[in-house]
Ligand binder design. Structure first.
Ligand SMILES: Cc1ncc(COP(=O)(O)O)c(C=O)c1O
Length: 492
């Protein structure tokens, strides 16, 4: 008899107490990160399906054929939904980032297999998700980001002009995360196909909702030049985190996704995805939800998202001092300051987000971004709309207006002023950003001087984002790494 260190009920009570500090995952108050169908039956079924496969190891679907069967069903469902034929095959991965990374890895393998010389290049609009920055970094590709216009729209001609023989993969988004832009998939994929280059559609966020968004140009596997597509089950598939699909056109092309080796004394390793041993729980949950909802259920939920998105767009358009960026496609949008009105009527989108939070809704702050041609995309606030939003529409739209009224005319945090206000290490950092040793200790000093060493993030996020805008990218990444690393470190 093993003596337990604590009673299970006490442990679960402690977990519940810890969970009470979390942002709400249900109810529509958090407008990013979580995708709430608003249907308790979906979550209950997902939990039961996860429990049913809890002990399995997704490392080997031949030992656990239930995993292979569920994966066949899920990839088959997505293939039909996204317009793929029999030549399209794929995998369930742990999330959008893994799907994107594997699309890049696949393209890199095929680039080398084709005997192409040199370092492969990954070509994308600057609005592409950061997962592709990570993929290029991990897999050794040069990242070539073509500037987008002020509304976040990709430059199809500029993309085509940049398609040289060293390009292993062209990536487009359906839609992009920052501004919800549906990239011109047909035009860019055709240009890539004409040059024999693979083209990936990142539909991580749109893949299970845009198929039900009428009136769009073609953007999925129906476009002949599209060679792969990613769609996240843990976004608009309403599955718990840890599930996405990557589909690839052509078995030979897709085999580049795998890693296989017998060159060690252990079991032969054959991995379709990045992990070795892995949970089958998110797959089982996603599989069960697909069976529960079917195409018609997903269509209904998308229709709800669309109604809510239109209402929110109308509200945002009616708020003096704020503007919607571009013409969003799908259930997400970004708002920016409307520079066309008098300064005392303008609304800084980050102050607005902080104020919205005090009215019960959490939106996501996005920093201003300088592209390589020097053009600057404005700071914005991002909202992701899910089916549950419809039940909260009056409160949300009301809060949007109240938040706007509270901060109209308040100037945005000036990044340079913020840095200038720092003492000691900050001044030193400014004077000699390159010379300061990039250690955990100096990072803590700088964060301390900026008032950011209090464990976690402060209540108001506008100053933090202004800091991100002010600092060189590598310095911001260094400090944010420290900030996040310390959050999960055991106490001293
Ligand atoms: C377009 C797009 N691609 C990739 C990702 C990365 O997905 P994940 O956070 O699941 O890794 C996201 C996440 O929001 C996304 O919107």
């Amino acid at each position: 008899m093993i003596p337990f260190a604590a009673e299970p009920e006490d442990i679960l009570r402690e977990l519940a107490a810890l969970r009470s500090a979390d942002a709400p995952t249900h109810g529509g108050e958090v407008l990013s990160f979580v995708y709430d169908s608003g249907l308790a039956a979906v979550d209950e079924l997902a939990a039961a399906a996860m429990a049913a496969v809890q002990p399995l190891n997704g490392l080997d679907p031949t030992t656990f054929p239930s995993i292979a069967a569920m994966e066949r069903d899920v990839t088959g469902f997505l293939r039909t939904l996204l317009g793929g034929g029999d030549d399209v095959v794929g995998s369930v991965t742990s999330g959008g980032t893994e799907s994107c990374m594997l699309a890049v890895k696949t393209a890199r393998e095929n680039f080398h297999r084709a005997g192409k010389p040199g370092t492969p290049r990954l070509l994308a609009p600057a609005s592409v998700h950061a997962a592709f920055h990570k993929a290029a970094h991990y897999f050794g590709l040069t990242l070539d980001l073509v500037p987008v216009d002020g509304e976040g729209r990709a430059d199809a001609a500029g993309m085509a002009a940049a398609m040289g023989q060293d390009v292993a993969l062209v990536v487009v988004s359906a839609p992009s995360y920052p501004h919800a832009v549906l990239d011109p998939v047909e035009e860019i994929a055709r240009a890539a196909q004409d040059r024999g280059i693979d083209c990936h559609v990142d539909a991580c966020i749109g893949g299970l909702v845009l198929p039900f968004w009428d009136g769009l140009p073609e953007w999925d596997l129906r476009v002949p030049g599209v060679t792969s597509i990613s769609a996240d089950l843990h976004k608009y598939g309403y599955a718990p985190k840890g599930a996405s699909v990557l589909l690839t056109r052509g078995r030979d092309r897709q085999r580049g996704q795998f890693f296989a080796t017998t060159s060690w004394p252990g079991y032969p390793v054959v991995n379709a995805t990045l992990l070795g041993s892995k949970s089958a729980a998110p797959l089982a949950a996603a599989w069960a939800i697909i069976k529960l909802l079917g195409t018609a259920g997903f269509a209904e939920l998308a229709a709800s998202c669309r109604r809510s998105t239109e209402a929110i767009l109308d509200t945002a358009a009616g708020i003096e001092g704020l503007r919607v960026v571009g013409t969003p496609t799908g259930p997400l949008l970004a708002v920016a300051c409307d520079g066309s009105v008098a300064a005392d009527r303008r609304i800084d989108p980050h102050h607005w987000a902080d104020s919205l939070k005090s009215h019960g809704f959490t939106a996501q702050l996005q920093p201003a971004f300088t592209q390589r041609d020097g053009s600057v995309l404005p700071r914005t606030t991002h909202l992701t709309i899910t089916p549950v939003t419809e039940s909260r529409l009056p409160e949300l739209t009301g809060a949007m207006v109240l938040a706007a009224d509270a901060v109209r005319g308040v100037p945005g945090v000036d990044p340079q002023q913020l840095l200038g206000a720092g003492e000691g290490p900050v001044a030193e950092l400014l004077a000699s950003a390159a010379a300061i040793p990039r250690t955990s200790e100096t990072a803590r000093q700088v964060l301390g001087a900026l008032g950011l060493d209090g464990g976690g993030l402060p209540g108001a996020m506008a100053p933090v984002l202004a800091l991100v805008e002010a600092l060189p990218g590598d310095v911001a990444a260094w400090l944010l790494t420290e900030l996040l690393a310390t959050v999960t470190e055991p106490p001293l």
